[in-house]
Design a binder for this molecule. Structure first.
Ligand code: DGY
Length: 323
């Protein structure tokens, strides 16, 4: 008998066929997220669950007494309670590697758009305000040969460093728990203390996973340590930056701007002051949202799921649950 699994989001035919080859499956085919009551009902008898984000609580786990694996279709897994999952012997997997380039591209989009004011000036042209040549207010800030500080030198940070040094001749500093000598050598990076990085960078990128340690890693004190015209880019998790402090810093002109793909509360409230600021560029948490990356993530999640329910060894067990 094939193991039972539930797929909590629509996937491509290729991914579905792969799962069908190994499992007895049901699938949520609607575009909107699956409501919790339906999810809880669907997981009652399954051994495996594949889902973009699962808020794993004890109540959740109790709905699924046969559950062996939660295969997350995302690289970040801050919604998984790994201690609880360890207690219940449930494997958690994620989808690293396949989205690194895609997220790094978006980060560069945010860097370019916020420094060269692309979204702001796009609106300026489209609403018909461009009525004289050579507006002095069009002046913006160079990206090439500037200094980029990357907080969190993981897989995505490395891809950003590659683009920055090889494509834009940027000077790249990084702050990370562990030194990355091989990456330093490859791209000519320099490891700094957080304070030094903030003091010296024209662009500061937060690219750390959300943990107790990184929650509000960038707050009032850190924002004060940044240059007055520096731009903060966040494409990791909204909670890494104290949003209240960021709003204050931008409002007071303590920093030059921000490029944000993530927010403390998502979807972001329309009344959030950040959305009214000309020097803030926003996107709706779409770092990995290209057709190619999302397909690769779904296939990787499917492979992890199948391995987890058929007695194999899933390739991408999350760090905290590796034995
Ligand atoms: C990820 O994969 O973690 C993206 O941020 C989507 O949640």
């Amino acid at each position: 008998m094939k193991p039972k699994v539930f797929i909590a989001k629509p996937v491509s035919q290729q991914v579905e066929d792969y799962i069908a080859g190994h499992c007895d499956y049901r699938i949520w085919r609607e575009e909107e997220s699956i409501p919790n009551d339906i999810l809880f009902d669907e997981i009652k008898d399954v051994q495996g669950l594949m889902i973009p984000k699962a808020k794993v609580t004890e109540n959740f786990i109790k709905q699924a007494p046969n559950l062996k694996i939660i295969s997350h279709i995302s690289v970040g897994y801050d919604t998984l309670d790994t201690d609880l999952m360890a207690d219940y012997n449930i494997i958690g997997t994620h989808t690293p590697y396949v989205l690194d380039d895609t997220v790094a591209d978006l980060i560069f989009g945010l860097i370019l758009s916020s420094s060269r004011r692309i979204s702001q000036l796009d609106q300026y042209v489209k609403v018909g305000k461009w009525d004289k040549l050579d507006e002095p207010t069009f002046l913006s800030k160079d990206v090439h040969h500037s200094t980029l500080g990357i907080i969190g030198m993981g897989r995505i940070g490395e891809q950003v460093a590659k683009r920055a040094t090889q494509g834009f001749d940027m000077n790249v500093l990084y702050y990370n728990r562990n030194a990355r000598p091989e990456v330093e050598k490859k791209y000519g990076l320099k490891k700094e203390s957080l304070e030094q990085l903030l003091n010296k960078s024209d662009f500061v990128l937060t690219m750390v996973p959300l943990t107790e340690e990184t929650q509000h890693l960038i707050g009032e004190r850190e924002l004060k340590q940044m240059k007055e015209d520096a731009i903060l880019i966040n494409a990791s998790r909204g909670q890494v930056v104290d949003e209240k402090a960021l709003i204050h810093a931008l409002g007071e002109g303590m920093i030059g701007g921000a490029g944000l793909d993530v927010f403390e509360n998502e979807p972001v409230e329309p009344s959030n002051p950040l959305l009214k600021m000309d020097n803030v560029v926003t996107t709706p948490h779409i770092g990995s949202a290209t057709a190619q990356a999302r397909e690769a993530m779904a296939m990787k999640a499917a492979e992890n799921l199948v391995a987890g329910v058929t007695g194999g060894k899933p390739e991408n067990v999350v760090e905290e649950l590796k034995h």
